[in-house]
Design a protein around this ligand. Structure first.
Ligand SMILES: Nc1ccn([C@@H]2O[C@H](COP(=O)(O)OP(=O)(O)OP(=O)(O)O)[C@@H](O)[C@H]2O)c(=O)n1
Ligand SMILES: C[C@](O)(CO)[C@H](O)COP(=O)(O)O
Length: 231
């Protein structure tokens, strides 16, 4: 097993969720979404440190929640940035990590990641420097350019999830380069892709969904019930 540090991103605004507040505070089964997500890492003995990235205006509410769930002392808070990538970078910069320390960057909005994937990602990241959790695409994907439509080869397509795991020096280098070159990606792995860095894929599960739109809440509630029945 490989120990790792987790950076949990919760500094978005949840605009697509249309909840009128940061979606991290939405309650699922009586517990805020962000608490469900943090529990995945708090319950894992191989996770040595958690940085939770938040916006300054959410600080008071987050502090109160962490105290309520008695996990305040186990989590360090970091202020996030305007875009997801800025929040990841600020989370990374807050660490004084060894160069080969494994770091996992995870969306606060993905509460259903299982421990076996965390362990697999940590091991692969230690070996290769970068590992992506992803699922095979099951739909037929079309690409439209102007009026022209084409079907992409599904065998080559993967839907990216988080956590995405790295050694500290590799992901820092990728973020610094992206910053210098003003590249903005929608995930962290894409910053290493553009350096042609080798990346391992860990095949995950569709249950590790991201809560993005209101429709996702129903699915998340149903999944939580399934998880409860498994316990
Ligand atoms: N500036 C940002 C933007 C996003 N995130 C985090 O990145 C994760 C994935 O992003 P997404 O689902 O897009 O969340 P939001 O940005 O909150 O949603 P939206 O794009 O609908 O506003 C979320 O946990 C979100 O809190 C972040 O930490 N900092
Ligand atoms: C990182 C991510 O969750 C992988 O699927 C995704 O790219 C985040 O994108 P979003 O635009 O913030 O939803």
């Amino acid at each position: 097993m490989v120990p790792y540090v987790a950076i949990v991103l919760a500094a978005g605004q949840g605009k697509r969720m249309k909840a009128g507040k940061n979606k991290q505070f939405i309650e699922l089964d009586g517990k805020p979404l962000i608490i469900h997500t943090l529990s995945r890492f708090l319950d894992d003995e191989w996770c040595t440190n958690i940085r939770l990235v938040i916006q300054p205006f959410d600080l008071e509410e987050i502090e109160a929640l962490l105290r309520t769930y008695q996990i305040r002392e186990r989590i360090e808070l970091v202020h996030g940035g305007e875009e997801r990538q800025h929040s990841s970078y600020l989370g990374l910069k807050s660490l004084q990590a060894e160069s080969d320390q494994v770091v996992m960057i995870h969306d606060g909005a993905r509460p259903f990641v299982r421990q076996k994937y965390l362990h697999e990602l940590a091991k692969k990241a230690k070996d290769t420097g970068a590992a992506l959790l992803a699922v095979r695409v099951t739909d037929t994907i079309k690409q439209r350019n102007n009026q022209q439509l084409q079907t992409l080869n599904r065998e080559t397509l993967w839907a990216a999830q988080t956590p995405q795991a790295f050694t500290y020096n590799k992901i820092m280098e990728a973020h610094e380069r992206a910053k210098d070159e003003e590249f903005l990606g929608t995930d962290d792995i894409s910053l290493l892709e553009r350096m042609s860095h080798p990346i391992d894929i860990v095949e995950g599960s569709i249950e590790n969904m991201k809560l993005t739109t209101p429709d996702d809440i129903l699915r998340a509630k149903w999944l939580l019930q399934e998880w409860r029945e498994e316990e």
